[in-house]
Design a protein around this ligand. Sequence first.
Ligand code: NAD
Length: 332
Amino acid sequence: MKKIIVTGGLGFIGSNLIDLLLKKNFFVINIDKATYSSNYYNVKEFKKSKKYKFIKLDIKNRKFENILFKYKPNGIFNLAAETHVDRSIDGPAEFIRSNITGVFNLLEVFKEYTKKNKKAKLVHISTDEVYGDVLKGRSKETDPYKPSSPYAASKASSDHLVYSYVRTYNLNAVITNCSNNYGPHQHPEKLIPKLIYNIINNKPLPLYGKGENSREWIFVDDHCAALFKVLQNGIKGDFYNIGSNINSSNLEIANQLINIAKKKFKLGKNVKIKFVKDRPGHDVRYALNSKKIIKEIKWKPKINLSNGMNLTFKWYLNNQKYFSSIKIKEAT
Ligand code: NAD
């Protein structure tokens, strides 16, 4: 049986990726520091599985190396990171520690490990935010990085570190840059689960500025399927954009969620869009050109925005215990 390490597997994308890997009969070792954004609710289904092992560890801990030599995985998906842009503005230090120093340690231990296990592969998961504001057109893998927030800059730094280890030490690694994900298991400090929580709980729906910021939304299962294909067929040292090619403004997303909710229950009086002061350095638009992964790796997204949003709304509605397992004050 093939073994894989997923870092950050208690979080949103990591837990959805573990679900996919277990279904594909992998043995999965989940390494996660269990920060505020993680949630054991996300992995409750796997806990009974003999193919799943959780290890609480910071990726910057050198003990990571012992885990690699003990379990001898065929690969690592690195998703562990601090991920909330607003938090990176209030306190960037933790973003530098986890997203840069953490990745540096991961690269060092993986370098040692692959001296003996040459075929093992690292898939480093990054974001479209590294390209910065893209007012027109769509970012290609060859476009320069121009991150606007400490979060995006920390991710950009980690991507550069990974690439440098490929060039300098011949490390077997690939880098993926994905657009905004949505779906089950996402912390309600992020836009879509926050709006859903507020709709269900009869609260106003806060949007930055005039709600015009545009993002390319991809359903999390599509992202995970792309990551799996990159593990199998991604070329060492290559970057792969992963996106749906569909952009929506935050206002359009909020209205779409209101319309979904209206079909399910009578909305409370307070469920109204409320424009709030914009955050500093807020990029207007991100958009990816994902032709490379579509052509070279034969992946394409399967779930359109309307189906994905319906599935997502339904999941949060049916899993309200998910919200109660989080300090919900942060989400309102
Ligand atoms: P998340 O915040 O839901 O989960 C991150 C997980 O990483 C948490 O469980 C946390 O405990 C863990 N973690 C944080 N620091 C750690 C450390 N030092 N050591 C070990 N574990 C640590 O984030 P997510 O949305 O699932 O994002 C996962 C990855 O995907 C991140 O690298 C993020 O940059 C990238 N990404 C996210 C999106 C998105 O829209 N969510 C889009 C593109 C890329």
